[in-house]
Design a binder for this molecule. Structure first.
Ligand code: COA
Length: 334
């Protein structure tokens, strides 16, 4: 796909929020039920903990909490449309988004799900940008929410340690392309010949070809990133913050190294949350904006890869979200 840049009004980031379940499961906790060690998981993935939703906490619940945080941390805005990216909807039918909209008091607006694996949030940003550019909506709420920890078979030691649950949300308002916070060029792609590499017919039945996924993830995120950086008119050395999908720490380090982005410019939270699917990027953005790792004017490169196969990258300059607009205690369940 040729990198896309907005034609009509641009989509501008105006608020962000996140949610994580309270229950934290450490690598040591996993060793009580799986034949594994903390050392193996840390060295292969960089993960030490993950948050796991209880049976009473649905994808809808996580999405509502993240979205509510975004809505209350920004200027009050009338939301015209809601997109929820998820691989783990609560039901095959109906979609998650209408229930999320209603619980937020937004009954009546267009609300729908999209499924693009762990790339889902970047697809949601593209969708939001399109709704705004076409004049269909002035303000869009884009949510990534997943209970990915429900997908592996509980006894599969190669996949259980990788995944966690969570949600992230972003409010995008109409504005102009030269504003700070405007979504810049986007690259999105898919390749169904790789469909069997990550596949789950139902919860508890995840199949993943780890080594092949690793290779594709590094290749696809690096290539998409280079293309989007070029389309933005940047050099790779201009990237202040690389925000890769938190698939695992080794994958993201390989991507950063291949792009020549120094470690200090790469944001990460995989150690504490694992791979949270479509929630991964907005959750990391919310946490980093709240704790100061991500600030106004940072040239920010988002990139993701996931089941499908799907991949994508988006460039933007991070906006000045005033302190009142930053999510407080981003991501924690209080
Ligand atoms: N604890 C201990 N040993 C484990 C283990 C665990 N949790 N999981 C697997 N092993 C064992 C394997 O059984 C294998 O043993 P064997 O050599 O006796 O057969 C050995 O460790 C190596 O397994 P392998 O699968 O080759 O490990 P790896 O170094 O490729 O790492 C992943 C496995 C899953 C961490 C790695 O392939 C990966 O990160 N893949 C990408 C996953 C991902 O990010 N998916 C989501 C993309 S959105």
């Amino acid at each position: 796909m040729t990198p896309a840049t907005a034609r009509g009004p641009a989509a501008v980031v105006s608020a962000i929020g996140a949610a994580l379940p309270m229950n934290i499961v450490s690598n040591d906790d996993l060793t009580t039920r799986l034949d594994t060690t903390d050392e193996w998981i840390r060295s292969r993935t960089g993960i030490t903990h993950r948050h796991i939703a209880g049976a009473d906490q649905s994808t809808t619940d996580l999405a509502v909490r993240a979205a509510a945080q975004a809505l209350t941390s920004g200027e009050p805005e009338q939301v015209d449309a809601l997109v929820v990216a998820t691989t783990t909807p609560d039901h095959c039918c109906p979609a998650t988004a209408p229930a999320v909209a209603t619980r937020l008091g937004l009954t009546g607006i267009p609300a729908y799900d999209l499924a693009a694996g762990c790339t889902g949030f970047l697809y949601a940003l593209a969708t939001a940008a399109g709704l705004i550019a076409s004049g269909t909506a002035r303000t869009v709420l884009a949510v990534g929410a997943d209970r990915l920890a429900s997908l592996p078979h509980p006894e599969d030691r190669t996949t259980v340690p990788l995944f966690g649950d969570g949600a992230g949300a972003m409010v995008l308002r109409h504005g102009s392309a030269d504003e700070t916070g405007a979504l810049g060029p986007m690259v999105l792609g898919s390749d169904g010949t790789g469909a069997d590499l990550i596949r789950a017919s139902r919860p508890g039945a995840l199949h993943m070809d780890g080594a092949d996924v690793f290779r594709h993830a590094v290749d696809r995120m690096s290539t998409a990133s280079r293309r989007v950086v070029a389309a933005a008119g940047w050099d790779l050395g201009d990237v202040d913050r690389l925000v890769p999908h938190q698939a695992n720490g080794r994958i993201t380090s390989f991507v950063a190294r291949r792009l020549g982005v120094p470690d200090g410019r790469q944001l990460s939270n995989v150690a504490e949350v694992g791979n949270t699917g479509a929630a991964s990027i907005p959750l990391l953005l919310a946490q980093a904006a709240a704790d100061g790792r991500l600030g106004p004017g940072h040239r920010t490169l988002l990139t993701a890869f996931g089941a499908g196969l799907t991949w994508g990258a988006v460039a933007l300059t991070w906006p000045d979200l005033s302190p009142a607009r930053l999510p407080k205690g981003a991501g924690h369940d209080r």
